[in-house]
Design a binder for this molecule. Structure first.
Ligand code: SME
Length: 154
């Protein structure tokens, strides 16, 4: 990751900490604020949002920024894979991921990170980029740090 992007993530974390800590009234409010700031400040975030566990092996769209998204995810795809395994998924080329669900054909790479409440996956945070190869383990680490701001609400 280049240092400009890393610096942006650092500033976004501090901004979100001030906005959320002791101020966001609910989990959904905090999620919406994370999406709004990341989407505005990170140039490679083409779509930024949460899917909420909506039932057994089903995800429902939650707070997000970007083009209108699939309302329900079921049967497979990147986000469900993250929900099923409880592990982050980095997808450098969405066309090469079996079962990838293309809500928007312009998405070329993607990262999905489960949001846990104890041992249970309650949501998946998903970012799409319109260029391939935009995400790696370092990106997962920086996004996971930001998602830690949700912990008091989980
Ligand atoms: N590509 C995702 C679907 C959600 S969108 O990218 C907004 C998937 O395969 O689960």
């Amino acid at each position: 990751m280049d240092s400009r992007r890393e610096g942006r993530y650092e500033r976004v974390y501090e901004q979100l900490r001030e906005l959320i800590e002791g101020a966001s009234p609910s989990l959904i409010s905090a999620m919406a604020t994370i999406c709004a700031v990341l989407h505005a400040k990170m140039p490679h975030h083409f779509w930024t949002g949460f899917y909420l566990v909506g039932g057994d092996d089903v995800l429902h769209v939650g707070p997000y920024q970007g083009a209108v998204a699939c309302q329900t995810l079921e049967g497979g795809g990147v986000c469900l894979h993250a929900a099923r395994t409880g592990r982050p998924v980095v997808v450098p080329d969405v066309a090469a991921f079996p079962g990838h669900i293309a809500c928007d054909a312009r998405s070329k790479s993607e990262v999905a990170i489960p949001v846990m409440s104890g041992d249970e996956v309650v949501a998946v945070f998903d970012v799409d980029a319109d260029e391939p190869g935009q995400f790696d383990d370092e990106e997962v680490r920086l996004l996971t740090r930001i998602l830690g701001l949700l912990d008091p609400y989980l």
